[in-house]
Write a protein that binds this ligand. Structure first.
Ligand SMILES: Nc1ncnc2c1ncn2[C@@H]1O[C@H](COP(=O)(O)OP(=O)(O)O)[C@@H](O)[C@H]1O
Ligand SMILES: [Mg+2]
Length: 287
C-alpha cells in the first residue's frame, strides 16, 4: 500500500495557489503543477512574472494565500520551514542574503546543525563539501570576502551538504563565467544521476534549450505554458507573450530552412545539429 501511495503522488504538487503580498500585489494566480521525482525543470518568464515568489512557497518560506502545496503527498502548511528544508533546498539569487557566519567552515557547520550528526561526522562532511566545491583554500575566510561566483558556490554548498531531495535554484547562471557555468552543469548532472529533482529559475534560454527537458513559462503571476522545452521554444506566440528571445539554435534552423536545409524537429542540441550538418555535407559532396 505504501509503495502504491508513493507512485500515485507526485513529489511536489501545487494546487490552485494564489499569493498576495501585504502591499496588495497579486504575485501568483491559480498556480497548479506537478513535479515528479528526478525531473529537471526550468521556470522562465519576464521580470515580475512571479518566479521567485513561486519557489519561495516550495520550502515554506512564504505560505500561499489560497491553495495548497503537497510534498510527497503531504500538505506542507502545518510543517515548519526547518522540516521542509531538509527535503527542499532553495538557493536564492543573491547568496549574500543566505550567508551570515564568520568563516566558510562555520557556514557549512551551521547548515549541518539540524541533522543530528556528531562532531566528527560534521567535520568529515565539512571537509568533503569544501573540497568538492574547490573552496578548501578559503575555509577560514569570511563569506563576505568572496567573489560573486564563489559566494554562489558557498551558498550552494551550504544547502547541498544537507543532501535535500529537491534542489531549487534562483538564477544560478546569472553573472557566472563559462567555467562557473560548467561547474554548475557538472554539479546538477551528478545530482540528477543520484535521483535528485532539480528546479531552476532562469533567463538563460540557451542553457535551458541545451540541457533542461521541461520548461514552465510564467507571465503576470500565472503559468502560461508547461511542457517539453522544445515545444515551448518553437512556439513563437509563447515566446513573444513572455518577452523572451527565440533561442539562437532555433533561429539558425529557421534560416537554414530558407536555403532548403531542413533539420528534423527532434534535432535540437548543438552537438546533434553539428552531427546532422556533418552528415548532410558529407552526402552532398559525394553526390
Ligand atoms: N516582498 C515583496 N513585496 C511586495 N511585492 C513583491 C515582493 N516581492 C516581489 N513582489 C512583486 O511580486 C511580483 C512577482 O515578483 P517575483 O516573484 O520577484 O518575480 P520574478 O522572480 O519572476 O521576477 C512582482 O510584481 C513584484 O514586484
Ligand atoms: Mg526573481
Amino acid at each position: 500500500m505504501i509503495m502504491k501511495d508513493k507512485i500515485l503522488h507526485p513529489l511536489i504538487m501545487v494546487h490552485d495557489v494564489d499569493y498576495v503580498y501585504s502591499n496588495g500585489t497579486i504575485a501568483l494566480k491559480q498556480i497548479s503543477l506537478n513535479i515528479k521525482k528526478g525531473e529537471f525543470i526550468a521556470i522562465m518568464g519576464q521580470n515580475g512574472a512571479g518566479k521567485t515568489t513561486l519557489i519561495r512557497t516550495f520550502n515554506g518560506l512564504i505560505r500561499p494565500t489560497k491553495g495548497s502545496i503537497f510534498l510527497e503527498g503531504e500538505n506542507i502548511d502545518s510543517k515548519t520551514i526547518a522540516t521542509i528544508s531538509k527535503k527542499v533546498g532553495v538557493i536564492f539569487q543573491n547568496p549574500m542574503h543566505q550567508l551570515f557566519s564568520t568563516t566558510l567552515e562555520d557556514e557549512i557547520k551551521f547548515s549541518l546543525k539540524s541533522l543530528n550528526l556528531n562532531k566528527e561526522e560534521i567535520q568529515i562532511k565539512v571537509d568533503q563539501i569544501l573540497e568538492e566545491f574547490d573552496l578548501e583554500k578559503y575555509r577560514k575566510r569570511s563569506p563576505f570576502n568572496l567573489s560573486g561566483g564563489e559566494s554562489k558556490k558557498l551558498a550552494t554548498a551550504s544547502i547541498l551538504c544537507r543532501d535535500p531531495d529537491v534542489l531549487v535554484f534562483d538564477e544560478p547562471t546569472l553573472g557566472q563565467d563559462a567555467k562557473e557555468i560548467n561547474f554548475f552543469l557538472g554539479l546538477i548532472k551528478s545530482e540528477l544521476e543520484r535521483g535528485k529533482t532539480i528546479i531552476m529559475v532562469t533567463h538563460n534560454i540557451e542553457f535551458t534549450v541545451e540541457h533542461v527537458p521541461r520548461t514552465i513559462l510564467m507571465s503576470g503571476g500565472q503559468i502560461i505554458a508547461d511542457g517539453p522545452t522544445q515545444s515551448i521554444f518553437t512556439n513563437e506566440f509563447l515566446i513573444s507573450k513572455s518577452s523572451l528571445i527565440m533561442p539562437q539554435i532555433y533561429l539558425f534552423k529557421k534560416e537554414l530552412r530558407k536555403i532548403g536545409i531542413t533539420i528534423p524537429k527532434e534535432v535540437i542540441r548543438e552537438s546533434e545539429i553539428i552531427n546532422f550538418l556533418d552528415n548532410y555535407l558529407d552526402n552532398k559532396t559525394t553526390i
